[in-house]
Design a protein around this ligand. Structure first.
Ligand SMILES: Nc1c(NC[C@H](O)[C@H](O)[C@H](O)CO)[nH]c(=O)[nH]c1=O
Ligand SMILES: CC(=O)[C@@H](O)COP(=O)(O)O
Length: 158
């Protein structure tokens, strides 16, 4: 289902348990910073809205989305962190580089969650252009950061 059919910021209240004592890591890519900062603000706001203590939200920046996997692992391996949210924005350029980054970061983030047996959420936009990215970072299609944060909360209530 396309984001145009299901707003990224709308979610059902199911599986939303008490996360007031949970600790979250958020890794943010610095590439396309205007977009990724909006994703972070969305994710942070959803966590706080659901009762997460601000002191239990640990933010780390990385240069680009390709580095999200390793940074997510550095956070996930910390026993006191319950879930990791990885935020990035990859926008198609002239070459196939886009394909390699998207595949690598999707696979990498998946592997980290499986390895450390905890939610590691793929909050990475992979768009054709900046307009599509902005529409999914607080624009008409909602905010992928919101979606990533509520996904982390729901997974902790599994
Ligand atoms: N073009 C984009 C990049 N490229 C940089 C890579 O993510 C990586 O940092 C570099 O290849 C060195 O390892 N990153 C994004 O997040 N978004 C892009 O659109
Ligand atoms: C996703 C990318 O790495 C891309 O923005 C780089 O641009 P190009 O493919 O034109 O080198």
């Amino acid at each position: 289902m396309a984001s145009s059919e299901k707003n990224l910021s709308s979610f059902s209240g199911s599986n939303v348990g008490d996360v007031s004592k949970k600790k979250f890591g958020i890794v943010v890519s610095e590439w396309n910073e205007e977009v990724t900062e909006a994703l972070f603000q969305g994710a942070y706001g959803v966590l706080v809205k659901h009762g997460v203590n601000r002191d239990n939200i640990i933010r780390k920046n990385v240069p680009g989305s390709f580095e999200l996997s390793l940074a997510s692992q550095w956070l996930a391996q910390q026993e006191d962190i319950d879930a990791v949210i990885s935020l990035g924005c990859v926008i198609q350029g002239e070459t196939k580089h886009f394909d390699f980054i998207c595949q690598a970061v999707a696979n990498g983030i998946t592997e980290v969650g499986l390895k450390y047996n905890k939610p590691v959420i793929f909050g990475v936009l992979t768009t054709n252009n900046k307009k599509q990215a902005l529409e999914r970072a607080g624009g008409k299609h909602g905010n992928k950061g919101d979606e990533a944060a509520i996904t982390a909360i729901k997974m902790l209530g599994f």
